[in-house]
Ligand binder design. Structure first.
Ligand SMILES: [Zn+2]
Length: 284
């Protein structure tokens, strides 16, 4: 669905800002709908440019982009990007934003993945190193894609004190000023925390998307179930989990005959050997 251009909605937007002060959560839900996909894309692009190019961000070394220089590392990067595009095809057309998605590896031993509005998804090499097969990677990537397609990060931004940035995106055509503001709020955007309800929704859709590609839909539950909680500290700081998260995914899969059949298919190897082959470069 195409949303009306935000500028035509300014009076409503400011009403939303005023309402948000009364604690009735207008902006975080209905109000955030005034941010169009084009606005999300503009914001995501600016964030990605900062992550990739900013000298001060690079100097801190928190988001080092994976340097695909050797044939093996190029193959791993392409493998992750291709899996992302395959998962996107599983998203129903009506739910898929118009913008392109970008999947970037962050070369750091952190067990996390995150995204920002506009289809920019980042996966740490540290999370991949702890996975056993493609169903686990597809589960986590499907989960991140679902956060974007359901606009969770945009809504989190509206609730998370990044209102001024949101307004800048809506009001401004000055890309230089937007880049400056993204620079100022970079860590806030990278660490946007979604709600537990959003987490459950991302698990639900991510499980469906990865199941639609033929991988075991319990991949994400398998991964989370195996990891000790302290190992998942980074992931849980941006993706808060309910105690029953694994059980909830299992219950959703149990409701679907086709997903249950996939989960129980012992002949389905979830491309474990291919996964090990492509990711071996991370263990060198
Ligand atoms: Zn999440």
């Amino acid at each position: 669905m195409r949303l009306p251009k935000a500028k035509t909605l300014l009076p409503l937007l400011f009403a939303a800002v005023m309402l948000s002060r009364c604690g009735c959560d207008f902006f975080g839900t209905t109000g955030a709908l005034f941010v169009s996909e084009a606005d999300e894309e503009k914001l995501g692009k600016s964030f990605d440019s900062t992550l990739t190019n900013s000298d001060s961000i690079k100097a801190k070394g928190e988001y080092p982009v994976f340097a695909a220089k050797s044939a093996d590392s190029l193959a791993l990067q392409k493998y992750v990007q291709d899996l992302g595009q395959e998962l996107l095809k599983a998203v129903p057309a009506d739910d898929r934003p118009d913008y392109a998605f970008h999947f970037t590896l962050i070369d750091k031993n952190v067990i996390n993945a995150f995204a920002v509005p506009g289809g920019y998804v980042y996966i740490y090499t540290g999370i991949i190193k702890n996975m056993k097969d493609e169903s686990e990677l597809a589960g986590v990537m499907g989960h991140e894609i679902a956060h974007v397609t359901n606009h969770h990060y945009r809504d989190a931004m509206a609730k998370d004190g990044a209102m001024s940035l949101l307004l800048q995106v809506l009001l401004g055509n000055d890309s230089g000023k937007l880049a400056q503001m993204v620079g100022q709020t970079f860590y806030g955007l990278a660490g946007l925390k979604v709600s537990r309800d959003n987490e459950a929704e991302a698990d639900f859709y991510g499980t469906k998307y990865s199941g639609s590609t033929g991988r075991n839909p319990l991949g994400i539950a398998k991964f989370f179930g195996r990891m000790p909680k302290d190992g998942l500290a980074a992931m849980l700081s941006t993706h808060p989990a309910s105690e029953s998260r694994v059980a909830d995914v299992q219950a959703e899969v149990a409701k679907s005959t086709s997903l249950t059949a996939l989960a129980n298919d012992s002949a389905n190897t979830n491309f474990a050997s291919r996964f090990q082959q492509f990711t071996a470069v991370l263990k060198k």
